[in-house]
Design a protein around this ligand. Structure first.
Ligand code: ATP
Length: 437
């Protein structure tokens, strides 16, 4: 008989079924054993009777918590607990056959399901991530991520975007200014990509008009914060024929709303505040004025500190009710050479960050597509045109006006679920110290 999910078995309500899962809890009596079996869909009580099924009972006697078990048996309605006669019906399984698929060691390195006051430290949890993820509330992170991403993808598909995959091996080091990892590449050096940005721009020069991608991004920065990892999943898109960065913000807004709507429809056990368009847009200048008015010190005129991000998000929430805030029109010194500048103020770029509940989740901009301007801006920033040769070539043979974003979904999930660290939103996080498991 093939294995079915516990939730399916409960729907079936009667007859014979086979289920499999981890031993969640175990109570042994002389001739009787009760095992709570847990799979990804739920928990079911198994009843083993020595008199009815001696071989299966022998398996139950040999179990440890978290062992993996496959059982076949007959579904029975579970007698209602006293005072809970009105509760929905639950079902248990009277086991006729049992296979111990794998026995767990007696001592678990971190508690999986026992009720204890405090969880293990995050570091220890991550050391044993496969046990940590057996907890439904930890697995929920990936259910949320899946739904959100599917919703965002729906937006891309409905709007004629093409999905692309760009390489992680690069032949030049830093084009975007971020720190890069150097790797041995046969008889020369290669660098791990810190952004797919240049390749997305190549797609614009290739006439693909709208592209999106989900890919891995590497950052060699020795950051020890709750929002940085050294390897993360990035969502990126790029759009041609735009009139300004406004078009990019409008697209990101729609994409995120589609993601949140999908998430809400999935009915997961989380609270969702559905955002609505337009998200507020504050220029960096305006944001700094608002911060100054409430006495938040600004360390740099052209950048915002984490504290400023938190405070400005809080203000935007208070003023507009929205968890998202576009911070727009960043000065040239804060932005890379390829961000387009405003026609009427050459010190300001057509760029933005998107903040969500106090954390930056996106950087976006209209890119400069005119080769002469691009070269001029690169020289101004002290870049070596020779090293940018491959990139600059994209713009020599005709290219539409375009712009796009880089989004960090793990940061969105972190804030959405109020997790203490981005690492809890990563399946297997990598940071300065961690390369395992
Ligand atoms: P920060 O200023 O927070 O270090 P950044 O300006 O370097 O971020 P970008 O290079 O603009 O970030 O990258 C685009 C998005 O990718 C960011 O808005 C963020 O959501 C995400 N991101 C960037 N760096 C990291 C990182 N080290 N770990 C996780 N996500 C990141």
């Amino acid at each position: 008989m093939s294995i079915i999910a516990i939730s399916e078995a409960k729907k079936q309500a009667q007859g014979a079924v086979t289920v499999a899962g981890f031993v969640h809890n175990l109570r042994l009596k002389k001739e009787l054993a009760f095992v709570d079996l847990r799979d990804a869909s739920g928990i079911m009580q198994l009843v083993f009777e020595a008199a009815l099924a001696p071989a299966a009972f022998a398996v139950a006697e040999n179990l440890n918590i978290e062992s993996y078990l496959e059982v076949t048996g007959e579904l029975k309605e579970k007698p209602a607990k006293k005072g809970q006669e009105e509760a929905p019906k639950d079902y248990e399984l009277s086991v006729s056959e049992a296979t111990l698929v794998t026995k767990s060691a007696e001592q678990l390195p971190i508690p999986v399901m026992q009720k204890i006051e405090n969880e293990a430290s995050l570091d220890l949890r991550l050391d044993y991530r496969w046990l940590d993820l057996r907890k439904p509330e930890h697995r929920l992170v990936f259910q949320v991520w899946t739904q959100l991403e599917v919703g965002c993808r729906d937006y891309f598909l409905d709007n004629n975007f093409l999905q692309i995959y760009t390489p992680c091996f690069m032949n030049t080091s830093s084009e975007t200014g971020a720190e890069v990892f150097e790797v041995k590449y046969f008889d020369r050096k290669a660098y791990l990509s810190q952004s797919p940005q240049f390749y997305k721009q190549m797609a614009m020069a290739a006439g693909m008009e709208k592209v999106f991608m989900v890919g891995t991004v590497f950052r060699a920065e020795a950051s020890f914060t709750t929002r940085h990892v050294t390897e993360f999943t990035g969502w990126d898109f790029e759009i041609a024929n735009i009139s300004s960065h406004e078009d990019i913000m409008a697209a990101e807004e729609k994409m995120l709303i589609a993601g949140f709507e999908r998430l809400q429809a999935a009915n997961l056990p989380i609270e969702i505040e559905l955002p609505s368009a337009p998200f507020p847009r504050w220029s960096l200048k305006l944001a700094k004025e608002k911060l100054a008015a409430i006495g938040v010190k600004s360390e740099k005129d052209h950048d915002v500190s984490p504290e400023e991000e938190r405070e400005i998000s809080r203000l935007a929430k208070e003023e507009t009710g929205c968890d998202f805030l576009f911070l727009t029109d960043w000065p040239v010194e804060a932005r890379p050479f390829y961000h387009m500048r405003h026609e009427d103020d050459n010190n300001l770029t057509k760029s933005f960050d998107l903040l969500y509940r106090g954390v930056e989740i996106t950087t976006g901009a209209q890119r400069e597509h005119r080769i002469e301007v691009l070269e001029k801006q690169a020289i101004e920033k002290g870049m070596n045109l020779e090293e940018l040769h491959d990139y600059l070539d994209f713009f020599r043979f005709g290219c539409p006006a375009h712009g796009g974003v880089g989004i960090g979904p793990a940061r969105i999930i972190m804030k959405l679920l109020d997790l203490a660290s981005i690492k809890e939103a990563c399946f297997l996080p990598r940071d300065v110290k961690r390369l395992n498991p």
